[in-house]
Design a protein around this ligand. Structure first.
Ligand code: N2P
Length: 395
């Protein structure tokens, strides 16, 4: 069977607009000609007219784990009489695979901006109907400018939370092993001589390939968003050197594991480490978890709300986005999950301890040290995926 037909056969279970979308992504990615030949004949955008499911009082949400105040969902359900089906993921790659290969049935998804940036080329999102989301006026203009780098004109997305990745650690365990540990430096995780000191109490790194590599490049004094294979190779050497000292590579387990003293050091996202701190405090066993953004800087990202092109309940999605942008609702979310939201008037109802926490809302000087992650070209992505697989398996 010709390769092109073989590739086309793989699309058989999917409806035509999914194939169109996937083909657009392939074309944008510059994949080999034979595979692209399978896309000959795919044309036309996904339909954007009203759908039969539109009148259903249902909303299907796909968000990161540990990323919402649960009572916000039930309050939305009560206020609008809409039932919310809420699923979670812990990596952009999982979300991306779903978006690009089939009907997800989701009405709201939450990619990081750097992922949305290239997913937009695959036509997987629907433009926001801004007239139906009046609370867009509450969005911090500084954040809107930042997310416009990914989504020019902010046509398809709006910020949900913005984040940094930094270092989470168990104060007592680290002090006991290395009283002068460089807790404000990425050397804690990426210098084998340092991280080796903590291997016995448990170390983890995020399963977020592009973000981890960007962070290592920052430490190496190279450009974090580089797409040069030589830079990737340099980062791979660092990751290989610390691999023996890592207990696991994962993007969600570390919250409970830090809180329960099952690991002592993690590369983690700001709010996740803060949640680990709160869970440890609530457990009352004397575990103190600290979040540090290294002085040399860190990678930042903007997780945005977006509506898939084939979402079955678009009107309900608009209502939910508008609800999340209400100041009192955004404040309740940030109070619990400890991530910075972009709803400026939410700072008033927000717990002052959260609003003034430099790990959640970094002050201007620290904010200037943050490097927003950007999309890399497809050729680089393929090298990155192969390298990450070797890193994860320790080969
Ligand atoms: C929530 C993680 C969200 C930050 N657990 C990563 N985009």
């Amino acid at each position: 069977m010709p390769l092109a037909r073989l590739a086309a056969g793989r699309f058989a279970p999917y409806k035509k607009e999914s194939v169109v979308r996937f083909c657009r992504f392939l074309r944008a990615s510059g994949l080999p000609g034979l595979l692209l030949a399978a896309c000959a004949g795919c044309s036309g955008p996904a339909a954007h007219g009203p759908r039969a499911s539109e009148s259903e009082k249902v909303l299907n949400v796909y968000n990161w784990s540990d990323y919402i105040q649960p009572s916000v969902i039930t309050d939305f359900e009560k206020e609008y009489g809409i039932h919310v089906n809420y699923d979670v993921f812990d990596s952009n790659e999982i979300l991306e695979t779903k978006l690009l290969t089939g009907h997800t049935n989701y009405d709201i998804v939450v990619p990081s901006g750097s992922f949305l940036e290239r997913q937009l080329q695959a036509d997987v999102y629907r433009k926001l109907d801004k007239a139906l989301i009046p609370n867009l006026r509450n969005v911090d203009p500084q954040v809107a400018r930042a997310t416009a780098l990914y989504d020019p004109g902010n046509q398809y997305s709006v910020d949900y939370m913005w984040i940094t990745s930094g270092i989470g650690y168990n104060l007592a365990q680290i002090r006991a092993r290395m009283p002068d540990a460089p807790v404000d430096s990425w050397r804690m995780l990426f210098d084998p001589a340092v991280v080796a000191r903590f291997a016995d109490c448990g170390v983890s790194v995020l399963d977020a390939p592009s973000e981890v590599v960007a962070t290592v490049l920052l430490l190496l004094g190279r450009s974090p968003n580089s797409d040069s294979p030589a830079d990737l190779e340099a980062a791979a050497r660092v990751l290989h050197s610390i691999r023996p000292y890592l207990r696991y590579i994962d993007a969600s387990r570390y919250i409970d594991n830090l809180a329960n003293d099952d690991i002592c050091l993690a590369m983690g996202w700001s709010g996740d480490v803060k949640q680990a701190h709160d869970r440890a405090r609530d457990a009352g066993k004397g575990v103190d978890i600290v979040y540090s953004i290294p002085r040399a800087g860190a990678i930042s990202n903007y997780d945005v709300l977006a509506i898939p092109a084939d979402a079955p309940h678009v009107h309900n999605a608009d209502l939910f986005i508008n609800f999340l942008l209400r100041p009192d609702i955004a404040a309740r979310n940030s109070d619990l999950i400890k991530y910075a939201n972009a709803v400026l008037p939410s700072l008033q109802p927000l717990d002052p301890a959260v609003a003034s926490d430099p790990g959640v809302y970094p002050p201007p000087a620290l904010r200037a040290q943050l490097v927003p992650e950007r999309a890399r070209p497809a050729a680089y992505q393929r090298l990155l995926t192969r390298m990450w697989q070797r890193f994860k398996t320790g080969k």
